[in-house]
Every structure is written in structure tokens, then in C-alpha cells.
Design a protein around this ligand. Structure first.
Ligand SMILES: [Zn+2]
Length: 100
């Protein structure tokens, strides 16, 4: 499978982020602005669930290291360096392990 984008990881991060924000927004609306059991409430909960599933699918498919292929799901939104091959996920440069 050839990568069509410069950095599929970055694209995945954007998608995951948007899905997460949408899911949270729908969930909050459902909880605070609609009454349980009403059609609007059901629709918002359904949307929120659909976005959550979309987020997981995007994370699963796109959030992987473009260099070694390792999936990075835990902390996919914050990570910038691959934990397996220690390359920068955007530029592909080797990064020396930082001291912690
Ligand atoms: Zn890697």
C-alpha cells in the first residue's frame, strides 16, 4: 500500500481530533440541552456514538508510523516522535531519545 499523503499520520491526527470534538459536543448537548428519551436526545447520542466509532476507525487506520508501520493509538494526538523507531512523525528525521 502506497502512501498518498506526505504524512498520513498528520492527516489521521486531524481526523481523530475533529471526530473527538464532534463526539464531545454532541454528548454534551445530549446531556445538558435535551431531555432523556426525546427524539433530539436520541439523535445526539447516536451522532456522538457514530463520531466515536469514526474516531476509533481513523485512529486505527491512519495513526501509524509512516516509517516502521507501528500503530500509535495511545496518545496519538500528543505524540510527535515514533516510540518504536524514534523518528519525527512529520519530518521523518531521526530524533535522539530525550532524557526524562
Ligand atoms: Zn516508527
Amino acid at each position: 500500500m502506497k502512501a498518498r499523503y506526505e504524512s498520513s499520520f498528520e492527516r489521521g491526527q486531524y481526523l481523530v481530533r475533529y471526530c473527538m470534538v464532534g463526539a464531545i459536543a454532541c454528548g454534551v448537548c445530549a446531556l445538558f440541552f435535551t431531555q432523556t428519551g426525546t427524539p433530539a436526545n436520541m439523535v445526539l447520542i447516536f451522532l456522538s456514538m457514530a463520531l466515536l466509532i469514526g474516531m476509533i476507525v481513523c485512529a486505527w487506520k491512519l495513526c501509524r508510523c509512516p516509517y516502521c508501520g507501528r500503530r500509535i493509538i495511545a496518545g496519538a494526538l500528543a505524540v510527535t516522535v515514533c516510540p518504536a523507531c524514534s523518528r519525527d512523525l512529520r519530518s521523518g528525521k531521526k530524533v535522539k531519545k530525550s532524557r526524562r
